[in-house]
Write a protein that binds this ligand. Structure first.
Ligand code: GLU
Length: 343
């Protein structure tokens, strides 16, 4: 009897010791259907009435887009699609397209070619800066701001302008998992008013850093920016990056895992214009915004998330997009830099 008592005491002591020494899961991620749906719906309700920001108007057609459009889509690498709000309305993808064109160029030519022919450092200047090109004599421009993006479009394979455009539209469609199309009024509106981008393309040509006719390359770039997407399309595009280049809904291999590996760091350092550092500091995930109000973010190996909401802050990023995505990442404990220490 005494022996039994001693043994029971020993077992209890050992159990307590084991409990104290085992790592406590402080940062458990819960990506269950119920939790993700709750977090998305909370994010939608929390931010739907935010009135900050204003539509971009330097492209006239963008000023006419309904500022109340607000949709969130989170797509997991298993192909689960979760949404909240308006995921039907479409906006022009604008600068978010720069990611997919850059990825296609990396896929076609290899990552070194993008580093050598365009550059991958953040310019530290506004997205359509001419002085950045001049200061660097056409070198070290970045594929996620206009000069590097137009250079990127000029590098896309295709014998002529129409073949290049077809290739650009196709890769965007493959990322989204459906045939995307052009927002013609936005394209016409910007094409009639893009002398600054034409100037950038010509300056790059002068420095030997434009790889196709500058007028035609700018035109394809302008079309690429006018591709229409919904929050759901953009969420699937982001999820394809999160899933190493395979579209998790259609299962099509769009680009290789290595291409994604070189694409995400550029998004991390230059995805949100002049606020890229502030974004990365606060959210910890690669993202890209566009002046049409689309914002995508990628949690590698887990999920892609996108918001469409046209009003932008001073840096040109969707206000509700930033609030909602940051909130969802926090709630789901999905910041990759939130590290569970080994005990
Ligand atoms: N098409 C726009 C431009 O070139 C894209 C700008 C953006 O979304 O950052 O001005």
């Amino acid at each position: 009897m005494k022996l039994l008592l001693v043994n029971t005491r020993l077992v209890v002591i050992m159990l307590v010791a084991l409990l104290l020494s085992s790592p406590v899961t402080l940062f458990a991620q819960d990506l269950s259907k119920a939790n993700v749906e709750k977090v998305l719906s909370d994010a939608y309700n929390k931010f739907k009435d935010v009135k900050e920001g204003a539509n971009a108007d330097y492209i006239k057609e963008l000023a006419t887009v309904d500022p109340n459009i607000f949709g969130i889509a989170l797509v997991t690498v298993d192909g689960q699609v979760y949404t909240a709000g308006d995921i039907q309305s479409m906006v022009s993808i604008q600068s978010v397209s720069k990611v997919f064109t850059m990825a296609k160029v990396i896929e076609e030519q290899g990552h070194q070619s993008v580093q050598d022919k365009i550059g991958v450092d953040a310019t530290g200047e506004v997205f359509n800066s001419i002085t950045a090109v001049e200061r660097m004599r056409g070198k070290e421009i970045n594929p996620l701001v206009n000069p590097g993006a137009i250079a990127s479009t000029s590098l896309i394979s295709g014998a002529d302008s129409s073949a290049k455009w077809k290739n650009v539209l196709q890769v965007h469609s493959d990322f989204a998992g459906r045939q995307l199309s052009l927002n013609v009024p936005v394209y016409i509106s910007e094409a009639g008013d893009n002398l600054r981008n034409q100037a950038i393309a010509h300056l790059l040509l002068a420095y030997g850093r434009m790889y196709f006719d500058p007028v035609e390359a700018t035109d394809i770039y302008t079309k690429q920016c006018a591709i229409n997407v919904s929050a759901k399309d953009a969420g699937i595009m982001a999820a394809t990056l999160a899933n190493g280049g395979v579209n998790p809904v259609t299962k099509k291999k769009v680009v290789s895992p290595e291409t994604v590996m070189y694409t995400l760091p550029v998004m991390s350092t230059a995805g949100l214009y002049d606020d890229s550092g502030i974004w990365f500091y606060n959210a910890g995930v690669p993202a890209k915004s566009g002046v049409g109000g689309c914002l995508i973010a990628v949690v590698p190996g887990k999920f892609g998330i996108a918001v469409v909401s046209p009003p932008l802050d001073k840096a040109g990023n969707s206000v509700k997009g930033q609030y909602a995505i940051k909130y969802v990442i926090e709630q789901l404990k999905a910041n990759p830099y939130l590290i569970q220490p080994k005990q």
